[in-house]
Design a protein around this ligand. Structure first.
Ligand SMILES: *Cc1c(COP(=O)(O)O)cnc(C)c1O
Length: 407
């Protein structure tokens, strides 16, 4: 086993440097998916184990491929993984020009499909990788160029948060069969790179049904991969490959916590209406008075459904009165107070506290809006008390999207 860390998981320089440093004795490497990432990865891996892989994925132009080839000149163990057929021509041309013997991998589009929230890039219609037809053409072209021995790695990526080991076993078995076929066709295959997807139990449910959890442990994940690869390779009498993984979340999700303070809390206000305050309802216009009497009767009967209805009507009527200039601001406030009091009395009030926090320090928060990423948030005080308050965590800024109501 010889893993790599996909830099996109967290591109913070200090995180990447630590992974390289602590992974050095395990020949642990990095995966880059873009030009900026390969630059970061190259600079970090110069201090890593010389055998560690630098796996170059993603869309590649001449500049990206030149950088990857330059990596081999710098004695980095760079693998250029073809994601598109056209990249092969560039690799052949530039490696001859730069006089570098490249190590080539290819990314296969598997037929096995992960249909979960984070699986949209998988399957035959997925965005990345080569189809079976393209793989056959790439092998032929490499053979014609006398470079088939440079093809050494097979990569695939089922998607993030793989929900179950059965899906994983399926995908790995399909890829392992492809690997064996590449060996049969004469490639000097050494590595099967199973991509990312080792899931995180964000919501604590340990369930394969939830997009935010998975139904397996790290050991079960590893067991499923190794068993599938072994079974398929043994069937074809193919030497067992080095298994490489590109787990991102699984490596960095737990690496840090952010502790922040609720700067202030807005409690739902309960103003007690005194009979005095609402005297005007009895003296005011007919409609408001009728609404009030209906509400009063419903409260006395204990008829909760009608209470809700009459609270709405009374409020509406009084807002009308306010707009017409008949009710004063104090009177409108009294009506709100009365209505809240009724709702509370019948147990229908749902007070939600708003905790104001400073989210501007939380650079990952766009993931929460953009891809519905769940960030587990837990209180660190009063853990010996039963939580009984509903709350929203709200950003200090006046951006109305800046709130977290699921955590
Ligand atoms: C995103 C990605 C990964 C990392 O996925 P995780 O689910 O974070 O493990 C690995 N490889 C490729 C090609 C990716 O796109």
């Amino acid at each position: 086993y010889q893993g790599v860390y996909p830099v996109k998981g967290n591109q913070d320089r200090f995180v990447v440097e630590d992974i390289v440093k602590f992974g050095s004795s395990f020949r642990f490497g990095l995966e880059a998916g873009s030009k900026p990432e390969i630059l970061l990865a190259m600079s970090c891996l110069c201090k890593g184990n010389p055998d560690a892989f630098l796996v170059c994925n993603g869309f590649k132009d001449a500049e990206y491929i030149s950088l990857a080839l330059l990596g081999r000149k710098l004695a980095l163990n760079t693998v250029i993984v073809l994601e598109q057929e056209e990249e092969l021509d560039l690799v052949i041309e530039l490696s001859q020009k730069m006089n570098v013997r490249p190590v080539i991998g290819l990314r296969a589009k598997l037929r096995t499909k992960h249909s979960g929230h984070f699986g949209s890039t998988s399957g035959e219609k997925g965005k990345f990788g080569l189809t079976t037809t393209q793989i056959v053409r790439v092998v032929r072209k490499l053979s014609q160029s006398g470079m088939l021995d440079r093809l050494q790695l097979l990569h695939f990526h089922i998607g993030s948060q793989i929900p179950s080991t059965s899906l994983l076993s399926d995908g790995v078995a399909e890829a392992a069969q492809l690997y064996c076929e590449l060996v049969r066709l004469g490639a000097h295959m050494k590595v099967i790179d199973i991509g990312g997807g080792l899931g995180i139990d964000y919501d604590g449910s340990k369930s394969g049904e939830s997009d935010l959890s998975v139904a397996y442990s790290l050991e079960e994940y590893a067991e499923a991969v190794v068993a599938s690869v072994r079974f398929v390779c043994d069937r074809s009498s193919v030497k067992h490959p080095v298994i490489c993984s590109e787990s991102g979340r699984a490596i960095v999700s737990h690496h840090s916590v952010l502790i922040f303070e609720a700067v202030s809390a807005d409690k739902p206000m309960v103003h007690q209406a005194t009979p005095d305050d609402i005297q005007f309802l009895l003296e005011g216009d007919e409609e408001a008075r009728a609404n009030y009497e209906d509400l009063y009767a419903a409260v006395m009967r204990g008829d909760h459904e009608s209470c809700l209805l009459y609270v709405d009507q009374l409020k509406q009527r009084c807002v009308e009165g306010f707009k017409e200039g008949v009710l004063s601001i104090e009177q409108l406030a009294s009506v709100d107070g009365l209505c809240e009091w009724v709702l509370k009395a019948i147990g229908a009030s749902d007070p939600v506290h708003t905790y104001n926090i400073n989210l501007s320090v939380f650079t990952s928060i766009p993931d929460l809006w953009g891809i519905d990423q769940l960030f587990p948030i837990v209180p660190i005080h009063k853990l010996d008390q039963r939580p009984g308050t509903r709350a929203i965590l709200s950003d200090l800024t006046c951006d109305s999207d800046g709130k977290i109501n699921k955590f």
